[in-house]
Design a protein around this ligand. Structure first.
Ligand code: 13P
Length: 365
């Protein structure tokens, strides 16, 4: 029977644990060309390879980030790019003791016979790509699958739940074979006017189906990280408060995710920077008082909720790099505190961009 060797199991476990180090989280900087292009339009920056390099250099090259960040998810393009001093971004991260990760999915495709539900593609050549990424220094990967809630049309359908769970499981199994820790991301979108309770019901089914599929594929639970949505009401429903979100999220995770998984690193899913931080802190505060209390590191793997203020301040101008980085580090520090349930909002120093919603309908990455 084919199984992962003890050596591979140990390596995976070590990588997953070190990404889930208490007080640290992940910076998701793996936006596709078209997604980053939409951000660049807002700051009037042309979407060129060089501008993407300059932007990622702004994000990655400050020494202070190593205190709060254990891993960075990169886009394939960034793997081959260098900073202004000719140093490869991957080496630069490794020198800071930050683990480089890589987005390996190839985006969403629709499922015929559904109301525009999707599955994620990219499995066919995933093994050779993972082998190559390992050689280049990547030690973890991301694969995003997306589920929508729409009660009128019965979404998510049973087909979408099963198909996305299987895709995530097959991806996870291939990554582990290649010594790469898979981030398993079943994202239930916040699009819609559903209640928080409905989000909880659906997320519970989706997370449970995902874990069941991981077991069917003999995935080593100690060698993965989960990246779920928080449990919130739909974007058009009106806001839920942080206590409700904290309780519903911790409850849903306790019901569905095995204690053997080392870390749960949330996506921000269109929340403002400040909301994503406050909610993460509350999930940790409430989760640590529950019985049983939450057994995992509960931290962040944010894209929009770490980058929004920084990209706005940067605006493509080298003279702004310093202040953009100061804001980025401030958000990282705030989320580091939140991952320990210790974030205290500082009303006086919260910028207007930090409270601005990052919601994008039908968000693609
Ligand atoms: P957001 O935090 O912007 O939702 O994205 C994180 C991510 O990596 C989604 O795949």
């Amino acid at each position: 029977m084919l199984t992962l060797s003890k050596e591979i199991q140990n390596e995976l476990q070590q990588t997953a644990r070190s990404i889930a180090t208490i007080g640290k989280g992940i910076l998701a900087a793996d936006e596709s060309m078209s997604t980053i292009g939409k951000k660049f339009v807002q700051i009037s920056v042309e979407n060129t390879k060089e501008n993407r390099r300059l932007y990622r250099q702004m994000l990655l090259c400050d020494d202070r980030i190593k205190e709060f960040i254990s891993g960075v998810i990169l886009h394939d393009e960034t793997l081959y790019q260098k900073d202004d001093n000719g140093k490869n971004f991957v080496d630069l991260l490794r020198e800071k003791n930050i683990i480089p990760g890589i987005k390996v999915d190839r985006g969403l495709v629709t499922l015929i016979g559904t109301y525009s539900e999707t599955t994620t593609q990219g499995l066919d050549d995933l093994k050779p790509r993972c082998e190559e990424y390992y050689k280049l220094g990547c030690r973890f990967a991301k694969w995003r699958s997306v589920l929508k809630i729409d009660d009128q049309n019965g979404l998510p359908s049973a087909l979408a739940i099963v198909e996305n769970a299987r895709g995530l499981a097959r991806y996870a199994s291939i990554c582990q074979e290649c010594r790469i820790v898979p981030i398993v991301e079943p994202e239930v979108l916040s699009d819609g006017n559903h209640s928080l309770e409905r989000c909880q019901q659906v997320s519970q089914k989706v997370f449970a189906a995902t874990i069941a599929a991981l077991h069917e594929h003999n995935v080593l639970m100690e060698g993965i990280l989960m990246k779920p949505n928080m449990i919130t009401a739909g974007h058009d429903h009106g806001p839920s408060n942080a206590e409700e979100i904290g309780l519903a999220t911790a409850t849903t995770l306790l019901r569905t995710i095995p204690a053997s998984v080392p870390g749960i690193m949330f996506l921000s899913g269109g929340q403002s920077e400040e909301e994503a931080t406050v909610n993460l802190s509350m999930i940790n505060q409430i989760g640590s008082k529950m019985r049983p209390k939450v057994p995992w590191t509960l931290s962040f793997s944010y894209g929009r909720a770490l980058q929004n203020s920084a990209i706005t301040l940067w605006a493509g101008n080298a003279a702004n790099v310093g202040k953009a980085r100061n804001e980025l580090v401030r958000r990282m520090k705030a989320n580091s505190m939140a991952s320990q349930g210790r974030y205290m909002p500082e009303a006086s120093s919260t910028s207007s961009t930090a409270t601005k919603s990052n919601y994008v309908a039908k968000h693609v990455y």
